[in-house]
Design a protein around this ligand. Structure first.
Ligand SMILES: [Zn+2]
Length: 285
């Protein structure tokens, strides 16, 4: 099991680096921090690509670590580590060109996966897991950019034995009173639908409040880092709570987050990963 407090401490550490949007000083500091967190992997690497942001060329990096398992199957767990350059949903109009601090949006998924990585190192009775921390996610509708630039690059270059049997993307999983949404796009791809449903069923069986679908409108059309993998025909699920009041505001800080939310997602991924061998294959079949 992951330690929710330690996971939360990782969220706080990222927040302390300042905003981590592509090209910012915090972005470079975050890469340094995350390389250290992934250093315990059996194999670690980076996918480098260059993008232009506001007429400036910036080097972007997807950071990954692979943790071999002794069960069949290969799972990609992904989350973005960059944060949004503009807080364009801030209630105070004067602050909408400030950067988002990104405790939850950018910080939470990374905190969860890097804490899980400690467990992946120790426990091998599971499929092989590649943890991928995507860059350049949070630019949609800024400078004419689309969402998830890093994940698009990563999905485009997946081939051969590196192609996962399933992908689970986590984003904004650290907010208080976490309540996950469902990306209804998964209905158009049966394997992704089954994987998504399987995760919610698992969460339900574990009595996780975050998986109870008890909010007014949990079914949404969501474009995020999971989208390019689903489009590539890989069984893919997204774990996200979009109803985070501080989303894309200057208040996306640790005070709006909770260790307990990260703990719930840790329990869910744990139950998914360490199920007896046939279970993983059935879920992604
Ligand atoms: Zn965002």
């Amino acid at each position: 099991m992951i330690d929710p407090q330690r996971a939360f401490a990782r969220l706080v550490l990222q927040h302390e680096l300042g905003p981590r949007f592509v090209g910012s000083p915090g972005h470079g500091r975050a890469q340094e921090l995350l390389r250290g967190w992934l250093a315990a992997a059996d194999v670690a690497g980076e996918q480098v690509f260059v993008e232009r942001f506001f007429d400036r060329e910036v080097t972007c990096r997807n950071l990954w670590g692979e943790f071999a398992g002794d069960q069949p199957g290969r799972l990609l767990l992904g989350s973005h580590y960059d944060t949004r350059p503009w807080a364009d949903l801030d209630p105070d109009e004067a602050r909408r060109r400030e950067a988002v601090p990104g405790a939850n949006d950018g910080g939470s998924g990374v905190a969860l996966l890097c804490e899980l990585a400690v467990e992946l190192k120790e426990r091998r009775n599971r499929p092989t897991v590649q943890v991928v921390l995507f860059d350049a996610e949070d630019w949609h509708e800024i400078d004419g950019k689309e969402v998830s630039l890093g994940a698009r690059h990563f999905a485009a270059e997946l081939a051969g034995p590196e192609r996962p049997d399933a992908v689970i993307v986590v984003d904004m999983v650290g907010g208080r009173d976490l309540m996950l949404d469902v990306d209804v796009n998964c209905q158009a791809h049966d394997p992704s639908y089954r994987l998504t449903l399987g995760l919610f069923q698992l969460g339900h069986a574990l009595a996780l409040p975050a998986c109870s679908l008890k909010k007014a409108h949990p079914y949404k059309w969501i474009g995020c880092d999971h989208t390019p993998f689903m489009a590539a025909g890989i069984p893919t699920a997204l774990l996200i709570d979009l109803d985070y009041p501080e989303w894309h505001t200057t208040a996306d800080r640790p005070a709006a987050c909770a260790a307990e939310s990260l703990g719930q997602m840790g329990s869910l991924l744990d139950a998914f990963l360490f199920a007896p061998a046939p279970a993983f294959e059935q879920r992604v079949a």
